[in-house]
Design a protein around this ligand. Structure first.
Ligand SMILES: Cc1cc2nc3c(=O)[nH]c(=O)nc-3n(C[C@H](O)[C@H](O)[C@H](O)COP(=O)(O)OP(=O)(O)OC[C@H]3O[C@@H](n4cnc5c(N)ncnc54)[C@H](O)[C@@H]3O)c2cc1C
Length: 407
């Protein structure tokens, strides 16, 4: 079999892999990216949060993204019956970006990949990693090209950014059940030809149908809009088997958005993803690191996926470079413990969302302005800032505040 050599092999050209690649390319590292699909390809995960702007900036990708005129996102709105909780990222605790984008991912991911390729990085599209051997001094990865031919790639380090493909977790028996409840999702796009002007047609909104059931409205600058539902997996059983019929049945349950989407045909048959949350036994091993969805995925409710994917992609790239340069890397402390800190904060908020405590705070008629700023910083993705009491005391603070305001 043909054999190639590279210093770093990245599996997957999603945002996680492209942020790793952007950082490493800027440091003149020899690298190769292998991507199973042909781009542009659909992906879900369309609402970004401000923290990912720091990561795109460090990977040198921000200016390229900015040129494409994606819909800017300055905050988010949550609606439950007549109650509204709105967050403005400029009104958050601490430092950080005040805005980000909401993006159709097919276009967005394609722009990132084209930019990285234009800088001379070798991205092999329609090429799938099918095996990995980590027993030798250097990992040997087997890839299969579109024509069925195979090549072995010997790399000094492998960054697995294969998303829900979860390549190394599957091949190396690293999968672990998530501690979060089992939720599923169904979603599609519409061409919203009669979109209201201003905020109503721009602001990302989450409508809560029941404490554990919510709907997203994400308008894009290209005139299309993403609509989706997230709920406990069993909730979906009450609807028709046909996803298009089922989606319409769910849409008819909306309150705030009732009637708004009745005249639109879905752009594609609504897609369903079951059992969203994913976890692993370890985020790294000898000569490899897992990043993005290949590592951990919690829940879409706070739009943290791409931020986590780019944070881990950037961190793994920095540490891999350090190791390549002969320095000792403590992957447990410098990677896994660091990433787990952020994961733990978001996990607390996901649990507090679905048990209703966070919703009690969001929908309170006279919210405490300081608490709101501190929660807003968490929603913006600044979950490593321990000066924020809502980060530092994440395990208990939401429950305590909810109890207090409900008295
Ligand atoms: C219902 C739902 C809603 C979501 N909403 C949001 C949101 O609003 N905001 C947000 O930030 N996140 C959201 N997410 C999460 C978001 O989708 C992911 O966190 C994000 O896309 C992860 O990026 P990634 O780079 O890790 O993986 P991906 O973007 O999935 O990229 C992985 C790439 O790896 C490739 N690949 C897979 N296997 C192989 C292989 N064997 N060989 C070669 N290539 C391979 C795939 O083709 C793919 O292109 C949502 C997730 C779900 C399920």
């Amino acid at each position: 079999m043909k054999r190639e050599f590279t210093d770093i092999l990245i599996i997957g050209a999603g945002p996680s892999g492209m942020v790793s690649a952007g950082y490493l390319q800027q440091h003149n590292v020899q690298l190769k990216v292998v991507e199973k699909q042909r781009f542009p390809r659909f992906s879900i995960g369309e609402s970004l949060i401000p923290r990912c702007m720091d990561n795109f900036a460090e990977a040198g990708l921000l200016e390229t993204i900015d040129k494409h005129g994606f819909q800017r996102k300055f905050g988010a709105r949550f609606i439950k019956n007549e109650l509204v909780g709105e967050f403005d990222f400029s009104q958050k605790f601490g430092e950080g970006w005040d805005w980000t984008w909401q993006v159709p991912r097919a276009d967005f991911d394609n722009i990132l990949a084209e930019e990285i390729a234009s800088r001379g990085v070798d991205i092999a599209f329609e090429t799938e990693v099918i095996a990995a051997d980590f027993t030798k001094e250097n990992p040997v990865i087997t890839i299969q090209h579109k024509n069925g031919e195979q090549t072995e790639i010997e790399a000094k380090f492998v960054i697995d950014s294969s998303g829900f493909g979860r390549l190394l977790p599957r091949l190396l028996d690293l999968e672990k059940p998530s501690k979060l409840e089992s939720h599923s999702s169904i979603f599609t796009h519409i061409k919203e030809t009669n979109r209201p002007d201003g905020k109503e047609g721009e602001l990302i909104t989450f409508e809560v149908l029941e404490t554990e059931v919510w709907f997203w409205y994400i308008p894009f600058s290209n005139g299309k809009t993403s609509l989706g539902f997230v709920a406990p997996t069993a909730w979906f059983d009450q609807f028709d088997e046909d996803p298009k019929v089922a989606f319409n049945q769910m849409i008819s349950k909306l309150n705030y958005y009732n009637g708004r989407f009745d005249d639109y045909e879905p752009e594609f048959i609504p897609k369903k993803i079951k059992h969203i949350a994913k976890s692993v036994k370890s985020l790294y091993g000898k000569n490899f690191a897992l990043t993005g969805n290949s590592a951990e995925f919690l829940d879409p409710v706070f739009s943290s996926g791409v931020s986590f994917a780019t944070e881990s992609g950037l961190k793994a790239a920095k540490l891999a470079l350090k190791e390549l340069n002969g320095a000792n890397v403590d992957w447990q402390a410098e990677y896994e413990d660091y990433m787990n800190e952020g994961i733990a904060v978001f996990s607390s908020y996901v649990k507090d969302w679905y048990n209703g405590d966070l919703q009690d705070i969001f929908f309170h008629r006279s919210p405490n302005p300081e608490f709101k700023k501190q929660i807003c910083a968490v929603l913006a993705g600044y979950v490593w800032n321990k000066e924020n009491p809502f980060v530092k005391k994440h395990k208990r603070i939401v429950g305590s505040v909810a109890k207090f305001i409900n008295l």
